[in-house]
Unconditional design. Structure first.
Length: 218
């Protein structure tokens, strides 16, 4: 089933103000306030997911529940994710549970490689991650950051070849960048803004701050 939608289509829909598209997944965090209340909310999410035949990743903590929606058959977000996000947000509202959108983000490690097929197996072996496609490794337990391999051509000199990718909702990006600059960082490249900015710490180590894409970012 190819019901893939763009992040712009997702964010334009009604009932998804709790959510941000981070990398290729719609993500929301809800402030439940207690483990018992969070468990009850997770049970309701499970009921909705079973009814829809579409199942999210759910992280239950003492005072929060984080929900991540992603359609594995198309490796992106879909109409199914949109419908379930709307249902989950409505369930949260019915239970009096508010979304906690401040600081919402997702992290992945990016490795620039001249020969990805040669480099990737090393990282797969040492991390115990599973391979996803030609250039991604995923934590089989869904807890650690993804590792993404980016083709480097020509070879890079004078800059690091491993960096962090930080995906944030578009509304969060300016504050994150301002805070990083105030903490001694610098902007290395903003040619691709507002899709992403490349920042560096005072010693030159880099991070890409990526906001959710709109149709012009495809």
């Amino acid at each position: 089933m190819n019901d893939r939608i763009s992040p712009a289509r997702f964010h334009a829909a009604q009932g998804v103000s709790d959510w941000g598209v981070l990398f290729d997944a719609a993500t929301a965090r809800f402030a439940t306030g207690s483990f018992e209340r969070g468990a009850a909310f997770v049970a309701e999410i499970a009921r909705l997911a079973d009814a829809a035949g579409h199942h999210p990743d759910v992280d239950l903590r003492y005072a929060t529940v984080t929900v991540r929606l992603f359609s594995h058959d198309i490796t992106d977000i879909s109409e199914r994710d949109l419908a379930l996000a709307q249902a989950v947000s409505q369930a949260a509202a019915d239970l009096g549970i508010a979304a906690d959108v401040v600081g919402l983000h997702a992290v992945q490690i990016a490795i620039d490689a001249a020969d990805i097929p040669t480099v990737l197996p090393f990282w797969q072996a040492v991390t115990g991650y599973r391979r996803h496609g030609d250039d991604d490794l995923l934590d089989p337990f869904g807890r650690g950051p993804n590792i993404w391999f980016q083709q480097m051509d020509p070879p890079r000199t004078g800059r690091n070849r491993i960096h962090i990718d930080l995906s944030v909702p578009r509304s969060e990006a300016p504050a994150r960048i301002a805070a990083a600059l105030a903490a001694g960082g610098s902007i290395v490249n903003d040619d691709n803004a507002p899709a992403w900015w490349t920042l560096a710490d005072p010693e030159g180590n880099e991070v890409d701050v990526a906001a959710w894409r709109d149709d012009s970012d495809w």
